[in-house]
Ligand binder design. Sequence first.
Ligand SMILES: NC(=O)c1ccc[n+]([C@@H]2O[C@H](COP(=O)([O-])OP(=O)(O)OC[C@H]3O[C@@H](n4cnc5c(N)ncnc54)[C@H](O)[C@@H]3O)[C@@H](O)[C@H]2O)c1
Length: 249
Amino acid sequence: MSGPFDLTGRVALVTGGASGIGVGICEMLTEAGAAVVIADRDEAGARKQIEAGVAADFVAVDLTDEASIVGACAEAVMRHGAPWLLVNNAGLQHRELLLDGTSAHWQRINDVNARAPFLMIREVAQAMIAKGNGGRIVNCASCGLVGQFVQGLAAYLASKGALAALTTSAAFELAEHGITVNTVLPGGVGTPGAIGAEGPPPVGPGNRTPPLGYCSPRDVGSAVLYFATPMARLVTNQVLAVDGGFTVT
Ligand SMILES: NC(=O)c1ccc[n+]([C@@H]2O[C@H](COP(=O)([O-])OP(=O)(O)OC[C@H]3O[C@@H](n4cnc5c(N)ncnc54)[C@H](O)[C@@H]3O)[C@@H](O)[C@H]2O)c1
């Protein structure tokens, strides 16, 4: 591949690339020429993507564990050099009604959805800066932040709001190193994580069919790909919703 979306020779580290939206992101990046490294706790799922040609390598990580995150990032850098791109995609979507809310649920969701991206950014950005070639970071939040929500998402939406705010802070502190940081908001996708989410029934406006239809993992991947390209060098601290037009209804 050549042209403005060409990522040939560039390494992309994608958390949660073994399943769902992460697979679509890996597909789009691989098709653009990137060497995609999946960081996930699901080794079997990641190996399946490598066999399918969707990714080049895998590093095991438990995103609830700081030492595991530090080790996985070091492993990826040792094998492939500093990534050009980090995609913080992995996330938990379990629900719990606000009035039944527990600290344990809040902690479980926020550890993976907000704390882990913070730690991943810290580790990967250090490697990007040491390499001195700039870089790209894309955080996957949710269209729930702009109205496509259902009941039971207090902890989830708080974690995604934190992630979106982290984008702003990271974009500010990393700009001087030529590193951009942006947020993608996926709309509802029937992934294993969404279908298998625990909790009360998903009641709310998020069930409304968007006028352009539901998005697929590859639709989210194409938004990530735009932010990942060298040509998007002046685009940072932006939020791109892939919502099928939900917000105009
Ligand atoms: N599917 C949707 O409708 C939807 C909508 C909006 C936003 N999102 C967001 O998109 C992202 C991907 O969601 P998905 O639906 O593809 O989910 P998914 O559950 O299908 O895939 C998530 C991946 O993350 C990995 N993962 C989870 N916890 C981990 C941990 N502790 N350590 C290492 N890996 C871990 C899983 O193994 C899996 O491969 C999430 O951040 C989610 O919040 C999804």
